[in-house]
Design a protein around this ligand. Sequence first.
Ligand code: 2IT
Length: 447
Amino acid sequence: MKTKDIMARLQAKYPGENEYLQAVQEVLESIEDVYNQHPEFEKAKIVERMVEPDRIFTFRVTWVDDKGEVQTNTGYRVQFNSAIGPYKGGLRFHRMVTPSMLKFLGFEQTFKNALTTLPMGGAKGGSDFDPKGKTDEEIMRFCQAFMLELWQCIGPDQDIPAGDVGVGGREIGYLYGMYKKLAREYNTGVLTGKGATWGGSILRPEATGFGALYFTENLLHHAGKDIKGCRVAVSGFGNVAWGASIKALELGAKVVAISGPDGVCEIPEGITKEMIDYMLVMRASNRDRVEDMATRFPDKAFFTPGKKAWSVKCDIALPCAFQNELAEEDAKQLKENGCWCCCEVSNMGCQPGAIHFFQHNGILFAPGKAVNAGGVATSGLEMTQNAEHISWSGKEVDEKLHFIMRSIHEQCVKFGTQPDGSVDYVKGANIAGFMKVAQAMLEQGTV
Ligand code: 2IT
């Protein structure tokens, strides 16, 4: 297998699908050497099959806004790979959603889910619906219209969606309500991220952020460092940034920045519990503005329009917002400002140039598919609880999450340790995930 040849073919076949091509390139580069040591993979054309989704559903979603105007969006579900379990992955509602974005996310999800130690295949879905400025009623009507089509594609043993950007507990509630009505199935295991009183797992809302900090602790420990007292810059203020901020504070770090599409809020004395709670209010308002934090806490948070979180002095950078949010220039600025570690929490949050810069300048770096896997892993734990008709305590879920993140770190170290003793976490995560999926595909024959 030659990455160059496969990429040339995919570029010709899917011109302009930049996020998808970027995600595939990153994985193929990492696994090429290992792959070529396995002639049985080459014979079964594992890579050629793995880069193509199993299937993609595309559907029209029509709904009526508060003014009585008819609105039309496009909905998708990309079922990427089912080698190690039923399709699993979130739904993203964002105005920029395209098939390329969901293909990149479904592809990443396949490897991430393999790392969790749980039996889940990879999928992703969503819509170009823009939640910004929408009322609660509009969100509900959109979710119901979306499920009118989606319900036929999903099921607790086939495909289990969850949240992602623009989809949280509120949206999962509306989606599940409509699913029950259409399917006349009352199995809560068809969606994860549900409310705690109707099948949701305790700690699922926090799990992506908590897991990211547990992974960061493992990585720092391996490098002989400690998170206590570190200044942490977080991008975004959504569900993931919220969970990461809670745990960073709990572990004795100081969150000195959060950001939004409008700019950055610098918080010199570190974020407080009250401010973290306010992130939930900001998210529920659908205003998509981080400036609201500075308006609410004028003595603590200082807003600068148009700037990113990476302009604030920190030790550790945690991208928690969107793909490609951290460019090579940002990586350089972080280093100039003394940053020595970046754990990518968003999916593909760092551009390739930024990752190369970190790796060549002695900055510890770990990729999203390892760092953020605690979210989907806890979704897997939610599925188990639903299937057994039980619910675990927060303590039980947290212990399992700790174990899973430790195990993901160990897999990265196993497959990513370099001759000089340093760990290439990108290689480690990609090879570990790939080997598991490839082996399963091989054993299941040519399908
Ligand atoms: O990117 C992700 O891993 C998620 N959005 C969570 C997916 C899930 O099924 O919980």
